[in-house]
Ligand binder design. Structure first.
Ligand SMILES: C[S@@+](CC[C@H](N)C(=O)[O-])C[C@H]1O[C@@H](n2cnc3c(N)ncnc32)[C@H](O)[C@@H]1O
Length: 251
């Protein structure tokens, strides 16, 4: 059986569904190529907590074939590989993948293969992986592409395989949890003074126009999993807006 690492990076000509790369993902590449050097958690908003929650839910076994969607510089791919998985680490940004490769070499972790691709265009052989994971990346996708990514992950997984997504998960104010998350973000930024107010103005644009940040609620993620065919779907709020949703492809 082919491994995920044998899958081809699709390039701009079109991958899964033969669709060309959308303009918005070219914009994401531009933004993230520039942020690659500075992207590091450094304790930012408890991202290490959500990575640990994804790792726990992944239940990774020695030698498992895993794919990390929107891997950045390897914050999730590297610990997964250190737990014995063979990881295909996928990101739209070549700079992120370069840094991931450097970090893997420096840490002596050979079982990570970086691949430059958009999530939207990525295609892998059906039934070729045991685990698909993602952390804080899929909220950048349009909603229809989030659902397509969940359906694609279902196809790529072997029976019994798992999809585990950690991300900012909240809606536009329809639930008490949404309102608490949005209220706490606004309060934090307002308290920071002019710098925070500027950030608030930018975020209002990003979130309300859904230009770069397109989070959806935990319930919406669960509905994508259910429609794709996943079973045993479990959702866990982790910290602030971060949550993990996991599901299993039936045997
Ligand atoms: C917030 S960072 C998270 C990186 C990493 N998963 C982590 O936990 O630190 C989001 C990542 O998603 C990548 N990304 C954004 N849109 C993408 C897309 N359409 N396809 C693939 N990667 C994408 C960015 O390049 C960036 O590395």
């Amino acid at each position: 059986m082919s491994t995920p690492a044998q899958a081809q990076s699709p390039g701009a000509a079109g991958g899964r569904d033969g669709r060309p790369e959308p303009f918005t993902s070219r914009l994401q590449r531009f933004v993230w190529d520039r942020r690659a050097q500075s992207w590091d958690h450094g304790g930012v908003l408890g991202l290490e907590k959500i990575i640990n929650a994804v790792l726990d839910a992944a239940e990774v076994g020695e030698g498992a074939a895993a794919v990390d969607l929107g891997c950045g510089t390897g914050q999730l791919s590297l610990p997964l590989a250190q737990r014995g998985a063979r990881v295909t680490a996928v990101d739209i940004s070549a700079n992120m993948i370069d840094l991931l490769n450097q970090k893997a070499r420096a840490a002596g972790v050979p079982n990570v293969t970086g691949m430059v691709s958009t999530v939207e265009q990525l295609d892998l052989p059906a039934g070729s992986v045991d685990l698909v994971v993602s952390n804080y990346a899929l909220h950048h996708l349009h909603d229809r592409d989030k659902e397509r990514a969940v359906a694609a992950a279902y196809r790529w997984l072997k029976p019994g395989g798992r999809l585990v997504i950690g991300d900012m998960m909240f809606g536009r104010g329809g639930t008490a949890r949404d309102r608490a998350i949005i209220g706490s973000k606004v309060t934090t930024m307002v308290k920071r003074g002019p710098g925070g107010w500027w950030r608030l103005a930018k975020n209002v644009g990003r979130f309300t126009l859904r230009f770069q940040e397109r989070p959806v609620s935990i319930e919406t993620w669960k509905s994508y999993y259910a429609r794709a065919g996943f079973r045993d779907i479990v959702a866990v709020p982790v910290v602030a807006e971060a949550a993990v949703v996991a599901g299993t492809k039936p045997l």
